[in-house]
Design a protein around this ligand. Structure first.
Ligand SMILES: [Fe+2]
Length: 264
């Protein structure tokens, strides 16, 4: 062997490769989180009420998902579907309708019902990376008994992410003040979810939602989301935030979330 060639040990080469792979993976994860954060910022910029709504829905959905024993991968999927389920509402054709304070006409109602598909279309370029995302968003208004929209999917044909998010979404729509209705109490929200068991919602997930430990966590998340003191703290924390935060550390609220909004 020539003296000027220093043999590299197989061990050192393998260690180098592992470090390189780790660095590449962590960069990919950061890019992914940054992409999601950018989308969330776009929602905030268009409609802060929707931005606040989707964060509350994400917090409730993750509590339910955790109680259901979902693995980390599925929990991330649930989080993404929750955060972007209403992105289709920002479509130019629907913005005015969602911001009107009068009752919807049948034609407007039909237009509103296009928002899950419009959302899925917006998110379609991400489907190579997150195959569950556009499918879950498209299905968040499907109902367990098959009477939902847009496809009338029934039971377990509805993606799990959408079944979890549907419960969280409805609970928030009932308990948070909106343009055309006051925010109802925690108890009323829970009763509405219970009433939809087996018709609107997955019965097993409703049972979990009604379990004492989940109820306790949802109630405390709801109080936290509606507390002005907490909101201000989050606002201050948000100002200092340096990087993307969609890694189970979503910002629970953004300024103005107590304002009147129209969520569905
Ligand atoms: Fe929706």
């Amino acid at each position: 062997m020539r003296r000027d060639i220093v043999p590299i040990s197989v061990g050192a080469a393998a260690t180098g490769l592992i470090f390189r792979e780790h660095a590449l993976r962590s960069q990919a994860e950061r890019l992914s989180a940054a992409t999601m954060e950018t989308l969330l910022n776009a929602i905030d910029a268009n409609d802060a009420d929707t931005g606040s709504h989707v964060r509350r829905v994400a917090s409730y959905a993750l509590i339910l998902g955790q109680a259901a024993g979902l693995d980390d991968r599925t929990m991330h999927s649930v989080e993404r579907v929750a955060l972007f389920h209403d992105i289709g509402k920002l479509h130019g054709a629907l913005t005015d309708i969602f911001h009107e304070s009068t009752k919807l006409t049948p034609e407007e109602r039909r237009a509103v019902m296009t928002h899950p598909i419009r959302g899925a279309e917006v998110l379609a370029p991400l489907s190579a990376f997150y195959p569950e995302l556009d499918k879950g968003v498209a299905a968040h208004h499907e109902r367990w008994d098959g009477s939902g929209y847009p496809r009338g999917l029934k039971g377990r044909r509805i993606p799990l992410t959408a079944r979890v998010v549907a419960i969280a979404d409805s609970f928030d729509a009932i308990t948070h003040v909106r343009r055309y209705s006051p925010g109802r109490s925690f108890k009323v929200g829970v009763e509405a979810i219970e009433a939809g068991k087996g018709t609107q919602f997955d019965p097993d997930l409703v049972d979990l939602f009604l379990s004492p430990s989940v109820q306790q966590r949802i109630e405390s998340a709801m109080r936290e989301a509606h507390s002005p003191r907490k909101k201000n703290a989050n606002r201050r924390r948000g100002a200092k935030k340096a990087g993307p935060d969609i890694t189970f550390r979503w910002r629970p609220l953004s300024p103005g979330s107590q304002s009147r909004d129209r969520q569905r």
